[in-house]
Design a protein around this ligand. Structure first.
Ligand code: MTE
Ligand code: CO
Length: 421
């Protein structure tokens, strides 16, 4: 039992409850006794022929999965054209985000681009200004990489306290996709960057004409000009037909509907003083150019939208972890609010700047739980608590909140977003 008198929710104040410690995993008794009518009786789908191979030229999920979808929070933004929706992390497993579930963030809606008329230009401080068609780009060597894209504003609503009830909303501004694209370095080499060219401006073809500056070092390192996601063409929402991939760095820089690169000698945001994604510090100064996303994790099940639906016994806890600085060799989890930490089991590929999937199986005794996960990345960095972050960053920030998330699970298995003071 641990003292839970310090648990805070935004809506209910303090919760008091006893907490169970984790036990050894035993799955005996999970299965049902023989005689369940769902197995002994013929179901309708066993008594009639199904649809043929011509019914769904492009396949869709089962209608029973209709709940698995992106969701919006209407009050977050004034208009759906410049808004955000969220990946349903609690409905997913493994590490890959299916294309139809990737969260969307647009500043001027989804551009409807005709690929035959789409061009990518490189100009500025280069030896040769170049214009590529999509066909031209297909003649360059391409690479495949799985990377997460996290909006810098992910978990931004949680700076002042537990706010949104579900990991879809607290952590769903992220997706993890295999990209196919041409290394940006190859295109820049083709254009010949002049020695003074230390910065790159990437510009989108959407109505917002979104631009971001990228340091040349990063552009030449691992950026991709991508046209495929998870094996098929980019979705319109994700920048069809072309987007910039900036591994490990904040989503804002991953320009969609990519149409132009201008090589320059300083960041454009500096010139115009329009750098939007800064972190306002308690003293009124702002942190700028905080591009790499620090290590972070979240338990996706159980969570507020995915309660425990059995009474007690064998229970699977799972979640995701990622770092913009490398891989995640280790994730710790606690089910008693940090009294005891256990090393979770990572299953699936451990790739650089990609999501990792972790599991912790435990024998639930049916009492209340306080769940947390803590990611360690390959640089040795350990995910901080929200209070550790607040000590340095104050409460004015919106961006780059990678603090540890807590879910309170009651005796009925229902979960809630809380904080432990
Ligand atoms: N690129 C363009 N052209 N226009 C945009 O509005 N939004 C940016 C970035 N690239 C944006 C853009 C932001 S803030 C984020 S977080 C990511 O795209 C979101 O990518 P997604 O919609 O594929 O999730
Ligand atoms: Co963003």
């Amino acid at each position: 039992m641990v003292d839970t008198s310090g648990i805070k929710t935004s809506r209910r104040g303090f919760i008091r409850a006893g907490l169970a410690a984790g036990g050894a995993i035993a799955t005996a008794g999970v299965a049902r006794a023989a005689g369940d009518p769902a197995i002994t009786e013929l179901q309708p789908w066993m008594q009639q022929l199904g649809e043929g191979v011509d019914a769904a030229p492009y396949g869709m999920p089962s209608p029973f999965e209709a709940n698995v979808k992106r969701r919006t929070v209407p009050w977050l933004t004034a208009d759906p054209i410049s808004s955000i929706n969220f990946t349903p992390l609690h409905e997913m497993d493994g590490i890959i985000t299916p294309n139809g579930l990737c969260f969307e963030r647009h500043h001027g809606g989804v551009a409807a681009v005709d690929p035959a008329k789409h061009r990518l230009m490189i100009n500025g401080l280069v030896d040769r200004e170049l214009v590529f068609t999509m066909e031209d780009l297909m003649r360059f060597p391409r690479e495949n990489h799985v990377y997460f894209l996290e909006c810098a504003a992910n978990s931004g609503m949680e700076w002042r306290g537990a706010q949104l009830n579900g990991c879809q909303f607290t952590h769903g501004m992220i997706h993890n996709v295999m990209y196919t694209g041409v290394p940006l370095r190859l295109l820049l080499e083709e254009a010949g960057v002049k020695p003074a060219g230390t910065w790159l401006l990437a510009e989108g073809a959407d109505a917002s004409g979104m631009t971001r500056s990228i340091p040349m070092e990063k552009a030449l390192d691992d950026c991709l000009v991508a046209f495929k996601m998870n094996g098929e063409a980019l979705r319109p929402e994700q920048g069809y037909p072309l987007r910039l991939v900036v591994p490990g760095w904040e989503g804002n820089m991953w320009i969609k509907w990519l149409r132009r690169f201008e090589v320059g000698d300083q960041p454009w945001e500096q010139r115009e003083e329009t750098s939007k994604y800064t972190d306002l510090m308690p003293d009124g100064r702002a942190r700028k150019f905080t591009w790499a996303m620090d290590a972070k994790s979240v338990i996706t099940n159980p969570s507020p939208q995915a309660p425990i639906t059995h009474t007690k016994g064998p229970t699977v806890l799972t979640g995701v972890a990622w770092s913009g600085h490398g891989t995640i060799p280790r994730v710790d989890v606690t089910i008693d609010g940090g009294k005891n930490w256990h090393e979770a089991r990572i299953s699936g590929p451990s790739l650089d700047k990609s999501m990792h999937r972790f599991y912790f199986e435990f024998d639930w005794d049916g009492s209340a739980l306080l769940l947390q996960s803590r990611a360690h990345d390959s640089t040795g960095y350990v995910q901080p608590t929200k209070n550790e972050l607040r000590k340095i960053r104050g409460l004015n920030s919106i961006y780059h909140n990678n603090g540890i998330q807590t879910w309170y699970v009651n005796e009925k298995g229902e979960a809630e977003n809380v904080e432990i003071s």
